[in-house]
Ligand binder design. Structure first.
Ligand code: UDP
Length: 197
């Protein structure tokens, strides 16, 4: 998030308080998940019967509506604007920002030997007096990104959940270690949450 702010992608992050807590701005969340894909995986593979791991000729952006009761139907720009979930100009901004995030994160993860297969992000409206800006308002983690090792295609994301207990922590810690954000003594060195006013 800090790096994204530095390249001009506005986010809800004000600052990190400690390893577990962040101070963020309150936004009006837009009920649309924006998914960017670089490689075929997950629901795209199932929907079109294309082998997982097939490289896409260009990045694909998809929208999913966060419905009541946890449904997540894929929707088009037409649905989003007709039902008033976002205005056409908001949607353009969300798409542009998501693609910039994709370029930035793709490079960041490539630098640590991981392929950014796909990810999901959400956006919110940040009001400052009468002025509104669309900002990224989500987490970025192996919970909402697919990350595969560039050499072995080993998965370092939540898809590992299907592969037995314990292994997901190892994978998430390995991503943190490669990014240089895991404390020297391992995860046990993390400070616990501290109450803030
Ligand atoms: N994703 C997410 N939250 C969801 C659904 C998907 O963060 O509720 C992420 C998922 O981790 C992947 C991307 O969105 O990086 C595309 O997911 P997909 O549509 O393939 O769905 P899945 O196969 O994960 O159900």
């Amino acid at each position: 998030m800090t790096r994204l702010n530095e390249i001009g992608v506005p986010t809800h992050l004000v600052r990190r308080l400690n390893m577990r807590e962040q101070l963020v701005r309150e936004v009006e969340i837009i009920p649309i998940q924006v998914v960017v894909r670089n490689v075929v995986a997950g629901s795209l593979a199932t929907r079109f019967g294309i082998a997982e791991g097939t490289a896409l000729p260009r990045s694909i952006v998809e929208f999913y509506y966060k419905g009541e009761g946890g449904q997540r139907p894929m929707v088009s720009e037409e649905h989003i604007t007709a039902f008033g979930w976002a205005a056409p100009e908001d949607l353009d901004e969300m798409m542009n920002l998501a693609l910039r995030v994709n370029d930035f994160l793709g490079g960041l993860f490539l630098g640590i030997g991981l392929k950014l297969v796909d990810f999901k992000v959400e956006f919110g409206r940040l009001w400052e007096n009468d002025y509104m800006r669309i900002v990224l308002a989500d987490e970025i983690s192996p919970d909402n990104c697919r990350l595969w090792d560039i050499k072995t295609n080993e998965r370092f994301d939540r898809d590992r959940l299907n592969r037995g207990p314990g292994r997901i922590e190892e994978a998430y810690q390995e991503v943190a270690r490669r990014l240089g954000i895991l404390p020297e003594g391992g995860p046990r060195d993390l400070k616990g949450p501290k109450a803030m006013q």
